[in-house]
Design a protein around this ligand. Structure first.
Ligand code: ZN
Length: 253
């Protein structure tokens, strides 16, 4: 039986933070700012115990210190990012499990957007929290990592079970869909664009998406497909080269 809730908290312009509650205990992933988190915690009479950060960018850790000041909580993040994550107490890596009220948060290294980006896979919740590594129909910009690193990170996420929900750090879906349509104009993407429009006009997040849905429509997930490769190069190219071209096309879009 489901004993948890995953709550999407819109922050700043287009960020999403996630408050996960099990009973009255709660943790928050990537609090961009403190106010919307405090409002949600108070309104629902929860006890905020942990902050989990996927990476150090301000729009993911902006609420760390204010929340730590207000609540008796601990902050967890990649041990390699300990100098950049404000208030960090718990140093995570791929071999250690973070357990929250019997739910295991598995750390997956997903570098590319930054050198130390991590994702949290929670099998018991059929969910993965990807920060800015993977978006619905897109992936993060490469600020610190190489295309090869990012492609590897995407392959790790892609290898999770198809019915895994993906909770990412931003509402970028429409923008990514428009890019996708410019590359492969088909019925599936038109249908998706209509869906996104409907949700967004009612102020509903397009998140979560799923691994299955991204495999079908996310062009960055398909850098290993011959069909996609042929759109970017007449010559035979490998997956990494194809990924690099797709990323570059999006950067210049
Ligand atoms: Zn970021």
């Amino acid at each position: 039986m489901k004993d948890f809730n995953i709550n999407i908290i819109p922050c700043l312009n287009d960020n999403y933070s996630y408050v996960i509650s099990v009973g009255r205990d709660a943790l928050v992933i990537d609090p961009s700012e403190s106010k919307p988190i405090i409002n949600f915690i108070e309104k629902n009479n929860l006890e905020l115990k942990f902050i989990l950060n996927t990476h150090h960018h301000f729009d993911h850790v902006g609420g760390n210190l204010e929340l730590k000041d207000k609540y008796n909580l601990l902050i967890a993040g990649n041990e390699n990012d300990k100098k950049r994550i404000p208030g960090i107490d718990i140093f995570l890596n791929e071999t250690e499990k973070f357990v929250f009220n019997s739910h295991e948060f598995q750390v997956i290294n997903t570098p590319g957007h930054t050198s130390d980006c991590i994702s949290f896979y929670v099998k018991s919740m059929k969910s993965v929290f990807t920060g800015d590594a993977v978006f619905s129909l897109g992936c993060g910009r490469l600020f610190e990592g190489s295309p090869n690193e990012m492609w590897k990170s995407i392959c790790k996420i892609k290898s999770l079970p198809d019915d895994t929900n993906i909770f990412c750090g931003h509402e970028y879906t429409m923008n990514n869909a428009i890019f996708t349509k410019a590359i492969i104009d088909n019925e599936a993407i038109d249908l998706k664009i209509r869906e996104i429009k409907k949700l967004r006009s009612n102020n509903i997040p397009t998140i979560p998406t799923t691994i299955a849905a991204e495999k079908k429509l996310n062009i960055f997930f398909q850098a290993d497909s011959d069909e996609i490769k042929s759109l970017f190069s007449k010559e035979l190219i490998n997956d990494e080269e194809a990924f690099k071209m797709i990323r570059l096309a999006k950067d210049n879009f």
